[in-house]
Structures are given as C-alpha cells and as structure tokens.
Design a binder for this molecule. Structure first.
Ligand SMILES: NC(=O)c1ccc[n+]([C@@H]2O[C@H](COP(=O)([O-])OP(=O)(O)OC[C@H]3O[C@@H](n4cnc5c(N)ncnc54)[C@H](OP(=O)(O)O)[C@@H]3O)[C@@H](O)[C@H]2O)c1
Length: 339
C-alpha cells in the first residue's frame, strides 16, 4: 500500500495571502509547480495579478497542474515552459523561452523545485540527481536570467531571487563538502535511507539544501556589494504535506509508517508555501533574509507562521560562499559575474 497523506487544515495561509499587495505588471517564474508549495505559490501569484511562468519538466502531472491552475484562477495568466532541472541543456533552452515571454524583464525567479532522498544516481550531465535538481540547475537558471532580472529592477525598482531550502540544511552536517558539487553522480555513498542514522540519501539531500542557503548568502553578498536592486532571499516550508514525501516513499528513501507518523505533526501545503510567498510578494522581506517557521532545531521549526531571520553563519561565511560559487561555476562550465 502506498503512503497516505494526512488531512491537515491551513491555519495561516489566508491571513498572509490577504496581506499581500497586487503583482499586476510583474512577471514571476517558479520552478516545480506541478504540486506542493510551487503549485500554491503559482496560484497565489496568479490571483495577485502576476504574469506567471511555470517551469516544469514535461509530464502529465505538469499538463494537469496547468489545467487545474487555469480552472482555479481563470483570470490569471499562466504560461508553462519546459524546464527539466536534471539537464543543463533543458535549463538553457527554457531561458530562451522565458526571454521571449518576458520582454519587460523578470521580477521574480522562485527556485522552488526539489527532490528528496533519491537513489545515488547521476544526471545526464554527470552530477548527483539531488544536487543538480535542487541547486546546480537553479544556479544556472539564475545566472542566465540575470539580464532579465536587471531589466525588471531598472524598470520597476527591484527584482527578487527566491531559493527554497529546508530544516534539512542542518542535518546531519552543517559543512558543505565539495565532492557533492563535483561530477561524482552515482558515486556519493550509496542508497542508505536511514533518516536519523546518517543514510547517504539524506546526506545528499542535506548538502543540496545547504547549497540552497549558501547560494542565497553568495548572491546577497555579491548583489549588495554591487549596490544592485536585485534581492536574494531564502525560505523553508517546515514540514509540509506535499508530494515530496509520497515520492520519497515510492523511491525507497523513507518508510511508509514512519512518514505517516512524522507528517501528523506537519502543516498543509498552503501553510508550507508561506515562506516562498512572502519572499515573492511581501514588500517587507529584505535581501539576505531567511523566511520560515521558527528557526530552532528539527522539532521547533516544523510549522507555523513564517518569520524573517538573518542568514546563518554556518553557510554565510567566506569559505563556504567561495566553495559554493566556484564549484557551481565549474559544474555549469560558465563564469557568473555580478557587477
Ligand atoms: N514538503 C516539505 O515538508 C518540505 C520540507 C523542506 C523543504 N521542502 C522543499 O520544498 C520544495 C518544494 O517541494 P514540495 O514539498 O512542494 O514537493 P513536491 O510536491 O514533490 O513538489 C516538487 C516539485 O519539484 C518538481 N521537480 C522535481 N524534479 C524536477 C525536475 N527535474 N525538473 C523540474 N521540476 C522538478 C516536481 O515536478 P514533477 O511533477 O516533474 O516531479 C514538483 O513540481 C523543494 O525544494 C523541497 O526540497 C519541502
């Protein structure tokens, strides 16, 4: 039998949504909108009046999500562009289409898509499937979208880069290790799936979510030094009832029973989207902030309202920032200068 999701009520979503300003005249691109927090953020951005670009790999799920979004919010403008984060070529092709769809610049890129605790597997480019999907392809996407983000910032005063991390950025390691960013896909520790006792699938997820936070720290550091009007921020969703757990159980990353017990203390996918939604649309969120429920350990940050916190020193330090930037540029085989 497959994993059954609990039925969790949304407690904070409506209040937040009602507090957000119109996004009329803005373009918002979001990766991974076929389910979960990405679907919620896309729907909310559409309701707020944005031109919404859905960046998904091609699938029946993607087609169905587009139909659902158009049904739920018929007046919104949703435009789906194929973008498979397991392939750098696919990301480069997607950027060309985003350029055509956003002649007046891109106001927000929300790097939401993610996979969790998958097998030790290489992408077509040779990188770990989790690190490429969750971080490296987003790094390439942001690099290639910089001209569009600059254009929006010049025309409308600001643009935003939003990353999506996790409580898992802290567990089991707080140190980013170069080998996970190098061309070692399929050779990074095997398929151990123990969540609490160092399973290699979870260590690779931890490294990719640490990379999301470190990427934000790099961007904030470089953008603020350059006096840019582009902001970089990062959110985490706590423990949110999305398709992430179903996929992980199906792929052998987590047992059905333990997942069902764990998710009972989680929150709805709408409440899980509070962090990215604030980063996308709340005028009070500043560059260099981390947005999500409580910032304590695993058990205090699983649910609740999303608050803004400073970035944490375990990744916002010169050594980690330099490592992340250099290894990510090496992986995409492009330099990335902000100035
Ligand atoms: N839910 C939680 O408790 C939780 C906790 C911490 C962090 N997060 C983070 O939240 C983010 C959103 O996840 P979610 O919880 O909403 O899970 P989800 O419902 O599984 O959504 C993940 C999205 O990522 C997309 N995706 C996966 N591989 C992709 C690829 N190669 N190319 C393009 N898109 C791809 C999926 O699309 P497909 O339909 O193509 O697979 C889906 O739209 C992730 O970054 C995750 O790490 C979630």
């Amino acid at each position: 039998m497959s994993y059954s999701k609990p039925n969790l009520d949304s407690k904070h979503y409506e209040n937040l949504f009602n507090s957000l300003p119109s996004l009329e005249g803005k373009s918002v691109a979001i990766t991974g909108t076929t389910s979960g927090t990405g679907f919620v953020a896309a729907n909310a951005s559409g309701k707020l009046g944005a031109n919404v670009i859905l960046l998904n790999r091609s699938s029946e799920r993607a087609d169905k999500a587009l139909i659902d979004l158009r049904q739920e919010t018929p007046n919104a403008n949703f435009n789906q562009i194929e973008c498979d984060l397991q392939s750098f070529d696919s990301v480069r092709n997607a950027v060309k289409q985003i350029e055509d769809a956003c002649p007046n610049g891109l106001d927000v890129i929300c790097n939401n898509a993610g996979v969790m605790a998958l097998e030790d597997m290489a992408t077509v480019d040779g990188y770990d499937v989790q690190m490429q999907t969750n971080h490296l392809s987003h790094f390439l996407l942001v690099k290639r979208l910089m001209p569009l983000l600059k254009k929006a910032a010049e025309m409308r005063g600001e643009a935003r880069i939003v990353n999506h991390s996790s409580i898992a950025r802290k567990q089991p390691k707080k140190t980013l290790d170069a080998k996970f960013l190098e061309k070692n896909g399929g050779n990074l520790g095997g398929n151990g799936s123990s969540l609490f006792f160092g399973g290699a699938r979870w260590l690779r997820y931890n490294q990719s979510k640490l990379a999301n936070a470190a990427f934000t720290a790099c961007l904030h550091d470089k953008l603020s030094t350059a006096n840019s009007k582009i902001k970089a921020m990062v959110a985490h969703p706590g423990l949110a009832e999305t398709d992430l757990q179903s996929t992980t159980v199906k792929e052998g990353g987590m047992g059905k029973w333990i997942t069902e017990q764990m998710m009972k203390v989680g929150q709805s996918r709408e409440d899980g989207a509070l962090g990215i939604l604030k980063c996308i649309a709340d005028p009070e969120v500043e560059s260099g902030q981390f947005v999500g429920p409580g910032m304590g350990g695993m058990f205090t940050a699983v649910k609740g309202e999303a608050f803004c916190y400073p970035l944490e020193k375990f990744y916002d330090n010169e050594t980690t920032r330099n490592l992340l930037w250099q290894k990510s540029c090496d992986a995409i085989n492009e330099s990335f200068d902000i100035g």
